[in-house]
Write a protein that binds this ligand. Structure first.
Ligand code: HEM
Length: 379
């Protein structure tokens, strides 16, 4: 990671590589419907699959939710989704998941070689999985039809090679790392947010009641669509508050200053590593009435209308801000509302709401600690 020339993909790259890969990923995500109707259809289709595997008996929300969010990225990147019992897919999701959690751990305990070697093995395993899937796409590539981001990348790579472009960024290495970055940045974050949603609903049943009352009143038994959001101010406020309190990427991603910067009264040299602490704004005591408690009123005015807050920055800000924000917001809204329409989320028998633990897990992104919930059908 220290040698800038060897870092590829988007998340940890800089300079020309970062610029090209970010631009390419953003425009391709848009072409494949990010924030638009096409993505909505994909997400609603995936909701249908997720609903099938939720159970009345206590179950760990981690696997199904991770598979569902991963499938949204899969259909955009590879052009198809995977069945939840596909072994290769399950391995890919759990490797990506484990790498992110180990990345957080190794960051804190670099000396623990056990974690470091696990992290490296996981990453190598993920590279092999992604290489295998992209190899199959290469073998069936039709330059007239882009099934997903990988096809678009391969077509662009061929075009640049044919026209002898200097300093080609569309390389094999950049393909693998861009795909891995989208998987890791897009799956774990959205899944962690959704798991916080379900856990907090089980922990605060009165808030769950209010969300379900609003959903029944406004949407009834129809399928929820993005356009319903404006008529669901309470539900919208609850989702925002979950993202604020969940604070799932507390330290964003470390970056290096590219030039001399004056920030407040500090002088920062070029090349200094800067860690944007999102916690400092999401829990800012001068911005939020009760920063450490779950309080959807943070996003509601006196008449119960939804209000935007400037300090709501879970996707960070500036040139390195999250590129998946509109996709993630759409996913969280549609998954959350579709699930709450059908199920009541409760602690397992013998566990009270008070016993549900809100201590986050350790990692680069912070999902809830392992727990089980029951999904009781409302129909
Ligand atoms: C609730 C879900 C999500 C949250 C909270 C989240 C949050 C973040 C944050 C805090 C950053 C770091 C920004 C910085 O360094 O200042 C980031 C970067 C990034 N995110 Fe997300 N993200 C989410 C979902 C997604 C999705 C679905 C995708 C993929 C489509 C994605 C792709 C990326 C990428 C590629 C970057 C690196 C951008 C760059 O370095 O230029 N994220 N995200």
């Amino acid at each position: 990671i220290n040698d800038e020339h060897r870092v590829t993909g988007i998340l940890f790259s800089n300079g020309e590589t970062w610029k090209e890969m970010r631009r390419f990923a953003l425009s391709t995500l848009k072409d494949f419907g990010m924030g638009k109707r096409v993505a909505e259809e994909k997400i609603l289709e995936e909701c249908g699959h997720l609903i099938q595997v939720f159970e009345r008996k206590p179950f760990n929300t981690s696997h199904p939710v991770n598979y569902a969010t991963s499938n949204i990225i899969s259909s955009i990147v590879f052009g198809s989704r995977f069945d939840y019992d596909n072994l290769r897919f399950r391995n890919l999701v759990s490797r990506v998941n484990e790498s992110i959690s180990l990345f957080g751990t190794t960051g804190i305990q670099v000396s623990l070689m056990f974690h470091l070697s696990n992290f490296v093995n996981n990453t190598l395993g993920t590279i092999r999985d992604v290489e295998d899937i992209t190899q199959k796409l290469k073998e069936t590539l039709n330059p007239q039809i882009c099934r997903g981001l990988v096809d678009c990348f391969l077509i662009r790579k061929q075009k640049d090679e044919d026209s002898c472009v200097k300093d080609i960024q569309f390389t094999e290495e950049n393909l693998i790392f861009t795909v891995m970055n989208l998987f890791s940045a897009g799956t774990d974050t959205t899944a962690a947010t959704l798991r916080w949603c379900l856990l907090l609903m089980a922990k605060y049943p009165q808030i769950q009641d209010q969300v379900q009352e609003e959903l029944t009143r406004v949407v009834g038994s129809h399928e929820v669509h993005v356009e319903d959001r404006k008529n669901l101010p309470y539900t919208d406020a609850v989702i925002h508050e979950i993202q604020r309190l969940g604070n799932i990427v507390p330290m964003a991603i470390p970056h290096k200053t590219s030039q001399y910067v004056t920030f407040q009264k500090y002088f920062i040299k070029a090349g200094t590593t800067v860690i944007p602490l999102l916690t400092s704004v999401l829990y800012d005591e001068s911005e939020w009435e009760s920063p450490h408690t779950f309080n959807p009123s943070h996003f509601l005015d006196k008449e119960g209308r939804f209000i935007k807050r400037d300090a709501f920055l879970p996707f960070s800000a500036g040139r390195r801000a999250c590129i998946g924000e509109s996709l993630a917001r759409m996913e969280v809204f549609l998954f959350f509302t579709s699930l709450l329409q059908r199920f009541r989320f409760m602690p397992p028998p013998g566990v009270s709401e008070n016993d549900l633990d809100l201590t986050p897990a350790v990692g680069f992104t912070i999902p809830p600690s392992p727990h089980e919930l029951c999904a009781i059908s409302r129909q």
